[in-house]
Design a protein around this ligand. Sequence first.
Ligand SMILES: Nc1ncnc2c1ncn2[C@@H]1O[C@H](COP(=O)(O)OP(=O)(O)OP(=O)(O)O)[C@@H](O)[C@H]1O
Length: 718
Amino acid sequence: MAILSKIRPSDARLAQFAKTYAQHRPIVQRSLTVGFVLYVLGSTYRGLSARPASKGPSKGKGKGTVQGKDGKVESGKSTRVAVDAVFYQRLATILRIVIPSIHSKEALLLLMHSSLLVFRTAISLYVAALDGKIVASLVRGQSKQFLFNIIRWLLVAVPATWTNSWLSYVQNKLAIAYRTRLTNEVLKQYLGEESEGPEGKVYYKLSNLDDRIKNPDQMITHDIQRFSSHLAAIYANLAKPILDVILYNYQLSQNVGAEGLFILTIFVQSSAALLRYLTPSFGSYTAQSAALSGSLRHTHSRLAEFAEEIAFFGGEETEKLLIEQEYATLVKHENRVLRRKWWFGCVEEGVIKWLWGSFGLVTCAIPVFFKIPGVAGLDLGSRTEGFVTNRRLLLSASDAIGRVMYSYKDLSELAGYTARVSLLLDTMADVRKGRFEKALVSSAEVGEHAKILRGRGQVFDSDEIRFEGVPIVTPNGDILIKSLSFYVKPGEHLLIVGPNGSGKSSLFRILGGLWPVYGGIVRKPAASQFILIPQRPYLSLGTLRDQIIYPHSRQEMEDRGVTDADLLAILSVVEMDSLVEREGGWDVAREWRDALSGGDKQKIAWARLFYHQPKYAILDEATSLVPPDMEGSMMVHATTLGITLLTVSHRPSLWKYHGMILHFDGQGGYVFTKLDAEKRLALQEEKQALEAKLLEVPKMKARLTELRAAVEERDRQI
Ligand SMILES: Nc1ncnc2c1ncn2[C@@H]1O[C@H](COP(=O)(O)OP(=O)(O)OP(=O)(O)O)[C@@H](O)[C@H]1O
């Protein structure tokens, strides 16, 4: 006061400014009101024009097709995406999975979330009343009352910040809970227990027998996560802003003071600087999350890439374990970030809304308790009240209105992710029932071809393998062989030969239960009685031991009474025992696909065969990279273990190990007969010798012509 009384010239200037301002104040108020209305209109327009959200999976005016990650349409038959009855129907189906009962954890979280939303609104109402009281005490100049109200204001900050942080925490918990439910359900079907039955091997059939889903890995990892977080957020994004808008709407009719706006801007800038300083490095957390998500996706893409090999090994459980481990690491990280967000949310709320809010009130109180010349008491009161209204409008109403504007966008994004998740669930359900959607070859619609495709064969359990009139049909409806009949009795090894693409591997896919049987009768042991060794064997993620015992776990190995010493003995059969020392022991884990050579991979696959000792081994060019002397010893060893071999090989050196031959001609025909290896080899040698002689004929003819010319020349000279 003493300082103020000394600066008379500035006091006069202040009084002059206040007078001019008071004269023009109505215009300022009107401009602010118009500006505010324009802002609301602009936000509304932006909110509505964001409806055909180009971001996210929805397309067009809230409608479109379900798209893959690179924008490719997921299915030939387009799936509508709109906020309509179909969306609510799909959502209801998924809700039954993510909230299985009212006693579930998710239902409890949802109840907590709702209660917190209502509680927060109640706090807002209380604060609104408290604000009014503070303004009243300011206007009346009641310093004690004012201080008392400020203390109440700071006290209410405790439950308010607590509620807001809890809201965000519970919402994110809910998203994780939804995701876990959906992931478990999808994994159950995708890598399900019933791998032996016709309902199993969904992960193989989804990508090989059906066209609808191009990237199941992305759907299971990314889309389910996006769907879950959108579903958890949509409740708060719709319900709370509507409540807030109703609550604050009456204040929009009140004065919007330019003074308040100015001071508030300073506060907002200061709080932003402080918060920038305090903010944990959420950017690096996001990068880490992306890396972990990428790793999880990589594991899934490996599964899709090697689906055939894993399907033959019945490695579903091992793959499921690996995926679950990756998922657990990701969730652990997300939970850590969530906890940081929780305390940061408290600080953020405390600083922005409450601490600076109280400072703002104190600032407004200065002209009340310390008289500023030229400004009337009544003006001061209305200006303070204007500031409070302004603060509320900007901090609460603008936030609420903004969220209402964008709620439709949220809803259509949720519709997009709902469509993706539904497509995944529906396609899996169809695949499990043997209903596939795939573009077929043009002739598939007519005549005998169509008749074969409409048919279904019978599959019986048996000790031996016997095909009776079974057509070999590719997933796109191409008929490789119309009717195939052959058998393999235990101990009677079968050699399968034929040109590329004639259907040799396709036969194995039917044996492994991967491709449907379109006709005839198939008798065969369960898929678990087969082991496939392809040219490029599958190596799982895990230790060196895991490669030999795949898909067994260490526990299963021990339960079978097998020790590491036994595994070493198995490795010595394929002359790979030095590998254990070279790689640093049985428990070393690495990307074995890159660590081993092609031949080493084949030998490891043979070691795996000797460990499992199945009834039948399918060898699809399984010795192509192994030295000739070793392939013989490996075959003999397999035979002594009682394993019956079904071999695809172009090497005549392997013929002698087989009793029967199935010869595809590549034109839809085949011969199934006894294989007399010696006779066949003798014939082969004679054929080769004749072919070699035939190659000499042109050279001999040329030489003969030369000799005849030379003789004629000599005769002329004589
Ligand atoms: N998942 C699939 N979808 C559609 N067609 C397929 C699929 N897998 C294989 N085919 C087709 O089936 C035909 C036979 O393939 P298969 O792998 O049985 O040949 P193969 O006799 O083993 O040949 P190769 O000696 O080259 O291995 C090929 O024309 C191939 O394109």
